[in-house]
Design a protein around this ligand. Sequence first.
Ligand code: SIN
Length: 470
Amino acid sequence: MGLRTLSDLHRKDLFQSKGFINDEWMGAADVDHAAEAAHTAFKSFKKTSARQRAKWLRKWYDLCIENADDLALILTLENGKTLAEAKGEVLYGASFLDWFAGEAERTHGELIPTANLNQRIITMKQPIGVAALLAPWNFPIAMITRKAGAAFAAGCTAVVKPAGETPLSCLAQAVLAKEAGFPKGCMNVVLTLNNVSEVGEALCKSKLIKKLSFTGSTRVGKLLASQCAGSLKKLSLELGGNSPFIVFDDAKIETAVEACIMAKFRNSGQTCVTANRIFVQDKIYDAFAEALTEKIKTLKVGDGREDGVFVGPMTHERAVEKAIGHINDAKSHGASVILGGEAFQPNNLKGYFLQPTVLTNMSEKALTTREEVFAPVVALYRFKTEEEVLEKTNAVDVGLGSFIITENMPRMWRVAEALEVGMVGVNIGLLSASENPFGGVKESGYGREGGRQGIDEYLQIKSIFMNVAS
Ligand code: SIN
């Protein structure tokens, strides 16, 4: 059987290529029109019951599951990740809809005890208004549902801006959200390609938009924050990381290898929590480097639609160029390339492929110490003591994900508490689950997505202060 293409979609209507505003498909990216539609829809949507919103979210979840094969195919074709990973992302993305359906009904205010016995204070949580949701190209489904699921559960309406590289998965979600019953104007999608900065600025400056959630680079996050300052929008920013992956000498090698493959090779290394600096304790360094390299040699690289392919192409040509730059820089600082190191075309395929690469003897002076290598490149740094590795891991401006591999419980607690990050994985290479409050500290941004906390990003608190004296 040949490789699947768009003509193999069971539901052809899931493939859309125009923006979606007020339940209509439109050519131009019109932020004002989309914000107006969302603002009008908000007037009635905010009055719907949490139970009703939960029903719509569950229906949307069911539709994602029912159409998982089609959604995965669209995702693989536009992003390049393997079909197995794409299917995983569909399920991961859908899980946010299910999760926030539950949270919609569990979210409420409180009665606050007062010092003055003649008074009472109660708080209520109310939806903040229209939310602008700016999603990246590396998870074109899950980053939409993680934001929109929380926004809709809270009673907010949305203007969604998918990345210019990956609009199709988002548009398919708009089809399903409409089918699930969300009222007209709740979910609007504006598309961009060359005009991304103008559209971003218009979203930031719109007075009708009260909240902005962005996942992407720290550079763009800072720009958006400055553009939102004029209207003091509430912001959630999930920005770049530089995740340390620390293998202590008491670790089980198989656990470390398995976790490292997941943390490094998921989405061909293009995740914001990818294991960037892999610190390995002296005593275990050589054994780990060898076991990991042997495992990586078995990973098949190729077209994501082919059976058995584990590492797909990179999404951009410039991602390959940047990774090659990082490899050359590491070599100039004394690193050895013990596997890969080159761009290549497996089976003469077109596409942006990089050989899975292992670098040893990494120097602190290498660029990868400070920059994210958004690619399947493993950079192994050596360390001797816990103090030393903590000092090194915390000496960067960002703090999103991190991973520790150890069998020593007291050490696990000490290190997890000392790391300056938003999330710590212990003996695991994945931090992604709808229940997890996902987000960072320092220049990795603020706010949390998913988890019990995710819905609060779209709510504001009002207190009612009462005199109850008779
Ligand atoms: C990201 O890379 O931005 C998110 C990854 C995840 O949710 O697992």
